[in-house]
Design a protein around this ligand. Structure first.
Ligand SMILES: [Zn+2]
Length: 458
């Protein structure tokens, strides 16, 4: 029943467009393999039985997910995944953080690290069926397709399920790829406590479920589990692909960002008796600064956002406030642009501070500085070629990731790239998060072609 409803929807227009384009433009770099899209969707929804929650419709798959990291449901889906990859003849390795690696030997019998296809099976408490899950299920489908056809890559190839990507239960996002990359100490990650139960740690849950592996969680070749490359298929989690009517996003990297807190200080004054020219009004100044940051961001093609604005609790309607603080979140793919936007904003703020009445003083602090990530040119080229072969050069576009992903950490230690597929209205971290069956299938085929392209050029 489930399979039927999926396959009916699957063969709607988007897949036809893909099929005709794909067959018309088959080239020497195409693998000659075709993923089984019915099996992909059936498997994805089968795996969502563990943690299904937040029903929003009558259909069998019309629920969201609540599969928090290392809960009983997460343990069940992990055990199921291990069974499935062992059926394919893959070698399974679990490291100290419960990261699960499945490895299929390549024809060269090389000891070089494998080309990995990774993402995560944990979700937000009110999450959907695609964020992370699609990437792991796509990797499984790629391995199954290769097995079906007796296809061997040259180098070893495999799948990774990264533990606690969401950071929803144990509050540290991209937690275990961060440990693998050496950015987060393993003891610190193990010591994270359940947000509702401080007696439960991430380590105690790994032990309880039998996922505390012995292999060091590290990219280090001697003691850990190094990767030769990392490819991640993920839903976009934004509206850009859908609005541009593109079916694949080739992700060039992740934005750099800086978070600042700005404080503008003026003087309390009666609003009825204090002429405008005599005022020191921090709300007016802060408002103009926020507007100015938007103008600067537009000029550079960057993002600038204020998410928090605080006035003293003693504020009143008929008093000019004494002080305002606001946050400024600046983002761009290139760090130098982030810095340029920050500098130009601060210069504009200094001018604004002098503009009205008697002016205000302002101060700022830098709270967070996260460098931009640029993915590997060879991995990006492998994805671009795959996308061009499958949908034609006009149906994919380059994107940068606005959100964090495990690939941001893997890119520090191995060549990495990501593939985005559209999700309905850009919605994610929500039960109704939706990626069409055709887009799930196309993304998975793109993942397959990308890793084969990369393997041939390695
Ligand atoms: Zn994700």
């Amino acid at each position: 029943m489930l399979a039927q409803s999926i396959s009916r929807r699957l063969y709607a227009t988007p897949l036809r467009r893909w099929s005709s384009t794909a067959s018309a433009s088959a080239s020497a770099s195409a693998s000659g393999l075709r993923i089984n899209s019915d099996r992909l969707l059936e498997t994805l929804h089968h795996a969502c039985q563990w943690g299904a929650a937040h029903r929003y419709g009558d259909g069998p798959t019309e629920t969201g997910m609540a599969r928090l990291c290392l809960t009983d449901d997460d343990a069940k889906v992990r055990r199921w995944l291990i069974d499935e990859i062992e059926k394919l003849g893959c070698t399974v390795t679990i490291d100290q953080m419960g990261n699960t690696f499945a490895r299929q030997a390549g024809s060269l019998q090389s000891s070089a690290p494998m080309t990995a296809m990774g993402s995560h099976l944990d979700t937000q408490p009110r999450g959907g069926r695609y964020d992370g899950i699609l990437g792991v299920m796509a990797a499984l489908e790629v391995l199954r397709t290769m097995k079906d056809h007796g296809f061997r890559t040259r180098y070893d190839i495999g799948l990774v399920n990264w533990t606690n990507e969401e950071g929803a239960r144990f509050p540290k996002s991209m937690c275990s790829s961060g440990v693998w990359a050496g950015a987060i100490p393993v003891e610190k990650a193990w010591g994270l406590t359940d947000i509702f139960n401080p007696a439960v740690t991430l380590r105690s849950e790994l032990e309880r479920h039998g996922f505390l592996g012995e292999v060091r969680c590290s990219s280090d070749a001697a003691a850990g589990y190094p990767l030769g490359a990392h490819f991640e298929l993920h839903i976009e989690q934004g509206p850009i692909l859908e609005e541009a009517r593109k079916s694949i996003g080739v992700v060039r990297g992740a934005q750099g960002y800086r978070w600042l807190t700005i404080t503008t200080t003026g003087r309390d004054a009666h609003t009825g008796t204090t002429p405008l020219a005599a005022r020191r009004d921090p709300v007016l100044a802060a408002s103009k600064m926020i507007v100015a940051s938007n103008v600067v961001a537009k000029k550079y093609g960057a993002l600038a956002s204020t998410g928090v604005m605080k006035l003293p609790s003693s504020s009143s309607t008929n008093t000019v406030a004494s002080e305002v603080t606001f946050t400024l979140d600046i983002r761009h793919l290139q760090d130098r642009v982030v810095h340029a936007v920050q500098d130009e904003c601060l210069r504009a703020f200094a001018d604004i501070a002098r503009e009205d009445g008697q002016g205000v003083s302002f101060d700022w602090t830098l709270d967070t500085d996260s460098a931009a990530v640029e993915f590997d040119e060879h991995c990006i080229a492998a994805v671009q070629d795959a996308a061009t072969n499958l949908v034609g050069a006009d149906s994919w576009m380059e994107l940068t990731s606005g959100a964090g992903h495990d690939s941001v950490y893997t890119s520090q230690h191995c060549p990495t790239a990501m593939i985005f597929v559209p999700c309905k209205e850009g919605v994610s971290h929500h039960p109704q998060e939706f990626c069409s069956p055709a887009d799930c299938a196309l993304g998975t085929q793109t993942l397959l072609e990308s890793v084969v392209n990369y393997d041939r050029r390695r």
